[in-house]
Design a protein around this ligand. Structure first.
Ligand SMILES: [Zn+2]
Length: 283
């Protein structure tokens, strides 16, 4: 909520970094941003979503190690149709790992030849088909992952049609997680904002300068609204050059900073549901 006493955004922090050292600039800029919150007794909420998990792999192990090392909750968006018992077994003892619902089989049904953007739960599907897949997906994930499962739907390619949102609403307890803060649907939501991958051509880290600018935008927005968490988005199977290095630096800096709270999707979804109920006058 924005109150009349909300701080006014005057300018982004001075960086004072050495030209040419983008990593150093990133770290200084981020620290200065977070210090701004600390000085005012405010905190910034972060959460971490990693997409497309189906089985244990060395790339996934790296993320699990980061989660353990820095005490950061990890939400794995698992594709139900291909989710394996091996992944479930691997996560039985994992602390701070939650499973969220990533479509059904990550298949695009939109017409690429017509210039339509990829979506599995898009407007070209019938409600009947999608409802069946949603229900089956939920059963699979609950059976495999038990208490680790969180009813947060992550549509493949972060796109979902209104008809599919209606189906989620009928499930009663689902939240929705897509990308950026543009999400008009009337459901509790938990967005992702910082995608660390440059997808075009060779998949790789977006770069320190792009990461600095993206975080700058989000942190400036949080100065007047600290309630919305900032969502980090990763795809462990597509982590090319630079992604691991970035994550280690980012987690190290943020996990040690007093103005940062890394929260789980479970806690944040509960919070989003409470806010949603209040916003809709259902008390
Ligand atoms: Zn995906």
């Amino acid at each position: 909520m924005i109150s009349s006493s909300a701080p006014v955004i005057k300018s982004v922090p001075e960086t004072g970094y050495i030209a040419g050292n983008d990593q150093e600039a990133f770290e200084q800029h981020l620290s200065q941003h977070l210090n701004w919150f600390e000085e005012r007794g405010l905190t910034v909420k972060f959460w971490w979503r990693d997409d497309d998990a189906v089985s244990p792999t060395p790339a996934l192990e790296e993320l699990l190690a980061f989660s353990g090392q820095f005490g950061i909750p990890l939400s794995l968006a698992v594709i139900p149709k291909f989710a394996t018992e091996a992944l479930a077994q691997r996560l039985v003892t994992a602390q701070e790992v939650h499973i969220v619902h990533h479509g059904w089989q990550h298949k695009n049904y939109q017409m690429k030849s017509y210039g339509e953007k990829a979506s599995e739960f898009g407007w070209r599907r019938t409600s009947k088909e999608m409802a069946k897949e949603l229900a089956e997906g939920r059963v699979i994930l609950q059976n495999l992952f038990g208490k680790h499962f969180v009813p947060l739907f992550v549509p493949p390619w972060n796109r979902i049609a209104p008809r599919a949102v209606q189906l989620l609403r009928q499930q009663g307890d689902y939240g929705l997680s897509a990308f950026t803060w543009i999400n008009h649907f009337r459901l509790p939501r938990l967005q992702s904002h910082i995608d660390i991958i440059k997808w075009k051509k060779n998949k790789r880290f977006i770069g320190w300068d792009a990461a600095r600018r993206r975080l700058d935008l989000q942190l400036c927005r949080r100065r007047t609204n600290t309630s919305e968490p900032i969502g980090l988005l990763t795809h462990h199977l597509d982590h090319g050059e630079g992604c691991s290095e970035f994550l280690e630096v980012f987690f190290k800096l943020t996990s040690a900073h007093p103005a940062v709270r890394w929260l789980s999707s479970q806690d944040l979804l509960d919070e989003a549901k409470r806010d949603f109920t209040l916003a809709n006058g259902q008390v």
